[in-house]
Design a protein around this ligand. Structure first.
Ligand code: FE
Length: 137
């Protein structure tokens, strides 16, 4: 998986992010919050299209890789390309997990787990609120 792409990175202060994000988005995207399961707008979305970073608009996931994980969060078996996301070790909440952030703006998207379906075996477990959906025309 990719690391943060330094030359293309978007950096903003918390005050700048607060101007463009809703309060709920800020808590998840910038403070690593987690939306409650089965409450987000995309976990059951089956439309064809592309999921973008809600903070910077980078294209992250295709509906072709989305599947129903039963968790109540939108789940994908891979990003559009490995360099769209960066992975970080997360030891918060008494768990060892792998955090997934947007490679362009560093915003928190969710976590990735090793219990996903073929062909990757990965489950990118995302917060709906961290994503925007662009429906295929
Ligand atoms: Fe982003």
């Amino acid at each position: 998986m990719g690391s943060l792409k330094v030359e293309e990175q978007i950096k903003k202060s918390d005050d700048e992010w607060k101007e463009i994000l809703s309060k709920e988005q800020f808590i998840v995207l910038r403070q690593k919050g987690t939306e409650a399961a089965f409450t987000g707008k995309y976990y059951a979305n089956k439309e064809k299209g592309t999921y973008l970073c809600a903070a910077c608009g980078q294209e992250l996931f295709s509906s072709d890789t989305k599947y129903d994980s039963g968790t109540g969060w939108p789940s994908f078996f891979k990003p559009i390309s490995d360099d769209r996301v960066a992975l970080k070790k997360d030891i918060s909440n008494f768990m060892v997990r792998t955090e997934v952030v947007c490679s362009r703006c560093g915003s928190h998207l969710g976590h990735v787990f090793d219990d996903g379906p073929a062909p990757t075996g990965k489950r990118f477990c995302m917060n709906s609120i961290s994503l925007d959906f662009k429906k295929e025309e």
